[in-house]
Design a protein around this ligand. Structure first.
Ligand code: NI
Length: 222
């Protein structure tokens, strides 16, 4: 299952990110690719300038921390530093699964995230295509919106034929490693939130709330 996070970044955050990236230098994305990815990866990534990256991370991490839909779906435990990737005409990233372990061997990647930074009508192609048992899902979202999906999914980025695709990417270890269990918890959490808003004093609301807490306790892996 994949979900969209509409307006993860507000217009002011998006504008600040664009200001920070203006004139920044991008380098060949193969420099950070593993052996298998290197053969299919054709993009560019923001060069490692610690001060610039820290300012960008602060904006993105604050928006993640405040987003209830993201937290409910991903149940993030450890989140990797964002990477900023750029695709110009002719660039693409062929089918792959993301690296299983990141952060110098410190954590497992369960959930992948792409934050779209350019408006979809400003470039052609560049869809994120996620292969699922029910067919390919093509994702190309408004600037500031994000998609979150299981890191084990095979996916690719279609070739950009006009304009520029600019995205921020991150990966995270979830408190719950199994995508099916995360999906169930996400749905139950939505029902729980609704009941807590509309019928906070009902016994069945309390039962759903307790069940959510205890299922998360049963499945959480720390
Ligand atoms: Ni990927």
């Amino acid at each position: 299952m994949l979900i969209e996070i509409p307006e993860l970044l507000n217009p002011a955050q998006l504008q600040k990110i664009h200001e920070l990236l203006e004139g920044a230098k991008f380098v060949d994305g193969k420099l950070t690719a593993g052996m298998a990815a290197e053969r299919v990866k054709h993009n560019e990534e923001l060069e490692q300038k610690p001060e610039l990256l820290q300012r960008l991370y602060r904006i993105l991490m604050a928006s993640l921390g405040h987003n209830a839909r993201f937290r409910s779906f991903a149940l993030p435990y450890r989140v990797a530093d964002f990477i900023f990737a750029r695709y110009q005409p002719g660039m693409r990233y062929g089918d792959h699964v993301d690296d299983p372990i990141m952060g110098g061997g410190k954590f497992r990647t369960d959930v992948s995230m792409t934050v779209f930074l350019n408006e979809p009508d400003s470039y052609e192609g560049g869809e994120l295509v996620i292969r699922t048992p029910f067919g390919d899902q093509k994702v190309k979202l408004a600037a500031g919106s994000a998609v979150v999906y299981p890191s084990r999914s095979v996916h690719h980025v279609a070739e950009v034929t006009r304009g520029e695709r600019l995205v921020a990417l991150t990966w995270m270890q979830s408190f719950v490693r199994d995508p099916g269990q995360r999906e169930l918890l996400f749905e139950l959490d939505q029902a729980r939130e609704h009941l807590l808003r509309t019928a906070p004093d009902e016994e069945h609301t309390k039962a759903v709330d307790r069940s959510y807490a205890n299922l998360l306790r049963m499945w959480a892996d720390l």
